[in-house]
Ligand binder design. Sequence first.
Ligand code: FE2
Length: 235
Amino acid sequence: MIDIHNHILYGTDDGAADLQEAVEMAQIACREGITAIVATPHFRIDRHNDSPETLRTRLEEIRQAVKKLGIPLTLYLGHELYYGDGAEEALEEHRVCTMHGSAFILVEFSPDEEYTYIRNAVDHLMGLGYLPIIAHAERYRCMVNNPGYLWELRNMGSKIQINAASVISGPFRRFTRRLLDEELVDYLATDAHGSRERKPEMKRCRAYLYRKYRRPYVDAILVKNAGHIVKDKSL
Ligand SMILES: [Fe+2]
């Protein structure tokens, strides 16, 4: 499986605290059947953000440590862009990392954001040639009970990511499962933040999905669709 939303890149956001925790997260991911991770640290225009060079150096440290321990895990770099004023400029100035240099960009909004704002953001990003992926789409209040909105965003060309943990438990479970029922989901990811809490777990969710849904659909949201991201060269 390929995990396209993960805060394994240590020391830059509320994800892994240090190299050791990042390595522990890699170990857990490997046990869970994850073979590749796109590291997506938070990028917020109103906060300090480490430069892409710093992030690349740190990711390389994790790569070396993981390799030394014989953990078969590929690591790519991306960002989770919190959308707001200045987001497009930051992208155009290459301060934000798209998913492994592809046209895909993982975008999050405030959970209380209005739908028209989200739709306009998708429109702007697509106008600049980016392919937005809506991070943890199950969490936005304006979408809950309105999957029609997510259909509209998807018809515009954006992609939909949901968190594995939301499928299993928590307040968003019902809506998350509805999105799966409607085959509205493009990617299932962990959005892992650590090795003790919010861990990179997929196994339980994977078993549930294969029990409940069509095999080709589950293959697509766990592996195939993410494979297209890391191979994309359209930007
Ligand atoms: Fe995240």
